[in-house]
Design a protein around this ligand. Structure first.
Ligand code: ATP
Ligand code: MG
Length: 180
């Protein structure tokens, strides 16, 4: 961990997981908060390739905040692997490793990486290595359902979003500006 007087204890590992809504939203909110204090932020979105409101909002925070989408563009059901997704995930892992080592970013968010691990697309050992060897100066956030216990054990902060209710259950489909 790295410590400065204003930032306190910067450089922790955070995990946002669980089956309820709000993991990616929380990570994007954190990016905005950090950028407000001049922090350089990188967000890599695993498995994703769709247009979302946050891409447009975060573009306004460029060059402080950078977003890279690393999905195939297809909607991915559990157990399915659209063509190109394995290669895209591999590229995203390489980018994450390089970005962490570069010292260019103070906050790195690996959105949906935990889903990539559960799906067998991102090897757990490689992600554990990435977490264990990250520079002390980088705050690292991992999001996605189904965090493996080994990654939770490495984290300093673990938050579960628990579904109590979701309008999806009443047939409400994904809403622009709320869900994407
Ligand atoms: P968000 O992106 O809204 O913060 P999330 O990151 O917690 O949600 P994911 O598990 O990444 O959720 O799911 C991706 C999509 O599924 C989002 O559009 C999200 O709104 C929606 N979603 C989240 N939780 C649920 C749920 N319990 N049931 C149905 N859909 C959900
Ligand atoms: Mg999400």
């Amino acid at each position: 961990m790295s410590t400065t007087s204003k930032d306190g204890c910067w450089g922790l590992v955070q995990v946002y997981t669980g089956n309820g809504k709000g993991k990616t939203t929380a990570a994007i909110g954190l990016a905005m908060r950090a950028a407000g204090w001049g922090k350089r932020v990188l967000i890599i979105q695993f498995l994703k390739g769709r247009d979302t409101g946050e891409l447009h909002s975060l573009a306004r925070l460029s060059p402080l905040v950078k977003v890279i989408q690393a999905g195939s563009g297809e909607f991915c059901q559990p157990g399915e692997r659209p063509p190109g997704l394995a290669e895209a995930t591999e590229r995203a892992l390489g980018l994450a490793e390089t970005a962490l080592a570069s010292g260019e970013y103070e906050l790195v968010i690996l959105d949906e990486i935990l889903v990539a691990v559960s799906a067998g697309l991102a090897p757990l050992e490689r992600v554990l290595k990435l977490v264990r060897h990250k520079p002390k100066s980088v705050e690292l956030v991992l999001t996605g359902r189904g965090a493996p216990p080994e990654l939770e054990a490495e984290a300093h902060l673990v938050t579960y979003m628990t579904e109590v209710k979701h309008p999806f259950r009443c047939g409400v489909e994904a809403r622009r500006g709320v869900d994407y």
